[in-house]
Design a protein around this ligand. Structure first.
Ligand code: PFF
Length: 451
C-alpha cells in the first residue's frame, strides 16, 4: 500500500476540498437546475438542504476518512471490521466513476469553448447563432468525443502524479482566479438591458413551484455540488493532518461552494433573460448564455480576452473536481487491489472513457436511445445526483450516527476536546448526523418515489 500523504496545511486542505466541490456543478449545473425548477424557491430549498443535510454528511465523511486514514472501501473495513459496511464503500466508488463519465463530457465542452474563444469565435455572434453553435458541437460525430478524451486524459495525468504534487498545487492557485472572474461577469451581466427580470427570478420565490421532485432535485444538487455521498470527501479527508479542525474545514468548504453557486446564478440568469434564452433550456444553458455575454461586450478584443479567461477558469474548476472523483477510484485500487498508481489510473481511465463516449454520443447518434425515459447522459446524471449520492450520503450519516461509537465521533470532530467551537456545537451536530439528516433524506426520497 502507498504511504499516505498529508496536505501541507489547513489552507491547502480546504483549497483541495473546495476544489473538488466547486466545479461544473456550481457553474454549469446549478444555473440550469434553477432554471428548470422555477428559480428562487428552488434556491431556498437548496440552501436549507445544504445546511441541514449536506453539512452533516460532509462531516460524517470527514470523520470516517480521517479516523481511518483510508479511502472509502478501506475506511469502512477498518472502522467496522468483519461487517458488510465495506460494500457501501464499493458502491460509492461506482457512483463516483459514474459521475466522471458524464462530467468529463461537459468538461470536454468547456475545452471546446476555450479553443473557440482563442480563435475569437464569440466576437461577432448574435443570440440566435450561439445556441446553433452549441447544437452543432454536441451533435458532431467526433469533436465532443475528442474533447471528452482530452479532458479525461488531463484528469488522469494530474491524478497520476499524486495527491500532493498534482492536486494540491493545482487547486491552490486557480480558485481565487475563478472567483474574481465571476465577479466581473456578474457586474457586466447585471448591466445588460432586461437583466432585472433575471435578478427577480433569483430572489422572488414562487412557492407554488415546489413539488416533491423539485425538493429531490435541490437536495441532489446540494450533494452533487459538495461532492457528497460518493466517498470523495471521505478520501480527501484521509489526507487531512491529525491536528486540523474538521468542522472548520467543512464549514469553509460548504460556504465557499454555496457562494460560488449563487455567484454563478447571478452571473448567468440576468443574461439569460436579457438574451431571451429559455431559463429551462437544460444542460445547454451556460453554453448558450456565456457566449452571448461575451459577444455583447462590443469590442472583439475585450470579448475574446474575457471569454478566454472565463472558459479557462471553468475548465480548471472542472479539472479540480474531476481529479477528486478519479482519486476516489484510484485510492480504492491502490489500497485494496495492491495496484500501483499509474496502472490504477489507466484502468479507470479506460472504463470511464468508454461510458463517457456513450454519454457524449447521447446528444448525437444515440439521442433516441433511452434508459427509463432518459438519454444515457441524463440517466448517469439523474442516477447519481438524485439517487446514488443521496443513498451514499444517507448511509454515511447512518454509519457515523449509529455504527461508530459516540466517543470516537466526538474525539475526531472536536480533536480530542481541543476544538472549542466543535465541543460547543457537538450536541447539535451529532443530533443532525444521527437523526435529522438520515430521516429527512429518506422521507424526501420515499415521498418522491411514491408520488
Ligand atoms: N462537486 C463537483 C461540482 O460541483 O462540480 C462535482 C463532483 C465532484 C461530484 C466530485 C462528485 C464528486 F465526487
Amino acid at each position: 500500500m502507498e504511504q499516505r500523504e498529508t496536505f501541507s496545511s489547513r489552507f491547502s486542505a480546504i483549497m483541495v476540498m473546495a476544489g473538488s466541490a466547486i466545479g461544473l456543478g456550481n457553474i454549469w449545473r446549478f444555473p440550469y437546475m434553477v432554471g428548470e425548477n422555477g428559480g428562487a424557491a428552488y434556491i431556498i430549498i437548496y440552501l436549507l438542504a445544504t445546511l441541514f443535510l449536506s453539512v452533516p454528511i460532509f462531516l460524517s465523511e470527514s470523520i470516517i476518512g480521517r479516523r481511518s486514514q483510508r479511502g472509502t472501501f478501506g475506511a469502512l473495513q477498518v472502522l467496522a471490521p468483519g461487517t458488510k459496511w465495506k460494500y457501501v464503500g464499493l458502491l460509492t466508488v461506482f457512483s463516483a466513476l459514474t459521475v466522471l463519465c458524464f462530467y468529463s463530457v461537459v468538461g470536454g465542452w468547456s475545452i471546446y469553448y476555450c479553443l473557440k474563444s482563442l480563435t475569437f469565435s464569440f466576437s461577432n455572434v448574435n443570440a440566435h447563432q450561439v445556441p446553433d453553435m452549441f447544437g452543432t458541437l454536441i451533435a458532431h460525430p467526433w469533436i465532443p468525443l475528442f474533447c471528452h478524451t482530452v479532458f479525461l486524459l488531463l484528469t488522469a495525468m494530474i491524478v497520476g502524479f499524486g495527491v500532493k504534487k498534482g492536486i494540491e498545487r493545482f487547486s491552490s492557485i486557480t480558485l481565487p482566479l475563478l472567483f474574481f472572474l465571476i465577479l466581473v461577469i456578474i457586474i457586466y451581466s447585471m448591466s445588460l438591458p432586461g437583466a432585472s427580470k433575471g435578478v427577480a427570478y433569483l430572489v422572488k420565490p414562487d412557492f407554488s413551484k415546489i413539488t416533491p421532485s423539485v425538493v429531490v432535485a435541490a437536495m441532489g444538487q446540494s450533494f452533487f455540488s459538495l461532492s457528497l455521498g460518493v466517498g470523495t470527501i471521505l478520501t480527501y479527508s484521509s489526507h487531512i493532518g491529525r491536528r486540523e479542525k474538521l468542522l472548520g474545514a467543512g464549514v469553509a468548504t460548504a460556504l465557499s461552494d454555496v457562494l460560488f453557486a449563487l455567484l454563478a446564478g447571478f452571473a448567468i440568469m440576468p443574461a439569460v433573460f436579457a438574451a431571451g434564452i429559455e431559463p429551462g433550456a437544460g444542460p445547454s444553458l451556460i453554453f448558450e448564455t456565456l457566449p452571448y455575454i461575451f459577444a455583447s461586450m462590443g469590442s472583439p478584443v475585450v470579448s475574446a480576452i474575457a471569454a478566454i479567461l472565463f472558459f479557462v477558469a471553468i475548465l480548471v474548476a472542472a479539472l479540480t473536481s474531476s481529479i477528486s472523483i478519479l482519486e476516489t477510484g484510484v485510492s480504492y485500487l491502490t489500497e485494496q487491489k495492491n495496484m500501483s498508481r499509474w496502472p490504477a489510473v489507466f484502468v479507470l481511465f479506460v472504463l470511464t472513457w468508454i461510458v463517457g463516449c456513450l454519454c457524449s454520443l447521447s446528444f448525437g447518434p444515440l439521442k433516441d436511445f433511452h434508459l427509463m425515459g432518459c438519454t444515457i447522459f441524463e440517466f448517469c446524471d439523474k442516477l447519481t445526483a438524485n439517487f446514488l449520492m443521496t443513498l451514499g450520503g444517507f448511509l454515511f450519516t447512518l454509519f457515523v450516527g449509529w455504527k461508530m461509537s459516540k466517543s470516537d465521533v466526538r474525539d475526531e470532530l472536536t480533536l480530542g476536546g481541543t476544538d472549542r467551537t466543535a465541543v460547543r456545537l457537538f450536541g447539535l451536530l451529532y443530533f443532525l448526523i444521527r437523526y435529522i439528516a438520515p430521516l429527512v433524506i429518506i422521507t424526501i426520497f420515499l415521498t418522491n418515489l411514491i408520488l
